[in-house]
Design a protein around this ligand. Structure first.
Ligand code: AMP
Length: 445
């Protein structure tokens, strides 16, 4: 994809903002969606986080709002973006601010779990862009703080996740409140039936843009599985983290309790780690994310829900301390590394009870994950945890076994030797993305 942003007919103030972010070329979803969105078409975007989908909708929306400057009346917004989590809402609003920094448009974000006073004040001034989670928006609507008559663009982000999290009812209540004449966009990583039905009521003659998430994300990531007894997982994690080349690691657990225990165990062992999950206050989550983003904490331990939409550059490693029981979550998890053109490394711990999860993941990603040796495995033939025959599971070398094996990734992984996981494999240029090796960056306010 060698298209430039100017070829996409984006105006100079937007291009300037993108240059400041070191975006050189549009990502595939941006190249395909932006021309249609500038022309005012509805869009069905089948894409997950990490593909550049936020800019794919934010850039044309900003451009159209700036080209037609009409002040939004009190309590109303010209664009409404609905997204399932507060973290995503904050990040999307931040993206609008960053990309639109030279346009002088007004953006605000509303979500639950915090006082509503400042949000009501923001709404009262009238907004060009409102990014919201559905529950709080309905709350404020019922209190008479929200009007929709100035709305011209509606974005439903992460629709499948909305469904998973039980927000579809809220969406069905919000949509009839919106003006019939509007531009509508729906993004979803997957297309369950319920979302397909929603499309009929939401979108008019939409352009469909699909960027194959599993294949592209998964293919770029150096993935390994380590068979380990559950009782040895914490020691294995601590030993991996001794390698200083693991600069910034996101560690996943299935439960909040496990996230806390893993983070506490690491912190006790002198490794800077914090946990984020749904039981933590909004303030605590934001603080932990900020510390991780700024490099004050090296390891963030998260559950799947808490990690949705975490958009932090420079995550060198994703470590699945526990494998997810939903295979798609594996793809979402490892997609936190290898953002926008950078490569990443994903290591998964698999104990005996998780082998079925591993099989499901390999089926969904249509890839065998290479098995890596480590210091905490049982010698071959002792018990179930790693007692599988070296090649029975997936044909990979095992127990220190070694490169020459055929592998879905062309055998390009370093394999089974100590210290290899700290090193990022050579990066391939992908024609988009930030310049490789950039320092972790924070969007500006
Ligand atoms: P998203 O899929 O919207 O969550 O975006 C994923 C990441 O890609 C974010 O960190 C964006 O800042 C970054 N990004 C989006 N578009 C581009 C681009 N054209 N070039 C480089 N990075 C980008």
């Amino acid at each position: 994809m060698t298209l430039s942003f100017s070829e996409l007919a984006l105006v100079e103030p937007i291009q300037r903002a993108l240059r400041a972010e070191n975006y050189e070329h549009p990502t595939p979803i941006q190249a395909r969606a932006i021309p249609h969105l500038l022309a005012g078409r509805d869009l069905l975007g089948i894409a997950q986080t990490g593909t550049g989908k936020t800019a794919a909708f934010a850039l044309p929306i900003l451009q159209r709002l700036a080209a037609n400057r009409v002040p939004a009346p009190r309590n109303s917004m010209r664009t409404l973006v609905l997204t399932p989590t507060r973290e995503l809402a904050l990040q999307i609003a931040e993206s609008f601010r960053v990309y639109g920094r030279h346009l002088g448009l007004r953006t605000a974000v509303i979500f639950g779990g915090v006082g509503q006073g400042p949000q009501v004040d923001e709404l009262r001034r009238g907004l060009d862009i409102l990014v919201a989670t559905p529950g709080r928006l309905l709350d404020l609507h019922q209190q008479g703080h929200v009007r929709y008559d100035a709305l011209s663009v509606f974005v439903l982000d992460e629709a499948d996740r909305m469904l998973d999290m039980g927000f579809i009812r809220d969406i069905r209540r919000i949509v009839p409140l919106l003006p019939k004449t509007r531009q509508s966009l729906l993004f979803s990583a997957t297309m369950p039936d319920e979302i397909n039905r929603l499309i009929g009521t939401l979108l008019k003659d939409p352009v469909r843009v699909e960027v194959t998430p599993a294949a592209t994300t998964v293919e770029r990531i150096d993935q390994r599985v380590m068979f380990v007894d559950s009782g040895n997982k914490r020691a294995l994690l601590a030993s991996l983290l001794k390698d200083g080349a693991i600069a910034r690691a996101l560690v996943f657990t299935r439960t909040k309790h496990a996230a806390n225990r893993v983070a506490e165990g690491l912190a006790k062992g002198g490794i800077g780690a914090e946990a984020i999950h749904g039981n933590k206050s909004q303030g605590a989550r934001q603080r932990a994310l900020g510390n991780f983003r700024d490099g004050r904490t090296r390891v963030l331990v998260a559950t799947d829900i808490a990690a949705r939409g975490i958009d932090i550059d420079g995550i060198t490693h994703v470590i699945n301390f526990e494998l997810p029981n939903v295979p798609e979550s594996y793809v979402h998890r490892i997609g936190r590394t290898a953002r926008a053109g950078a490569d990443g490394i994903a290591i998964s711990f698999c104990d005996h009870s998780e082998k079925a999860y591993l099989r499901d993941i390999e089926r969904v990603t249509r890839q065998k994950i290479a098995v890596a040796a480590h210091a905490f495995q049982r010698p071959a033939g002792q018990g179930p945890s790693n007692g599988h025959a070296p090649s029975a599971h997936n044909g990979h070398a095992h127990n220190g076994g070694h490169n020459g094996h055929a592998h879905g990734n062309g055998g390009r992984h370093a394999n089974g030797r100590g210290g290899e996981f700290g090193r990022r494999r050579s990066r391939r240029h992908r024609g988009h993305g930030r310049p490789h090796g950039h320092a972790p960056s924070q969007p500006q306010a």
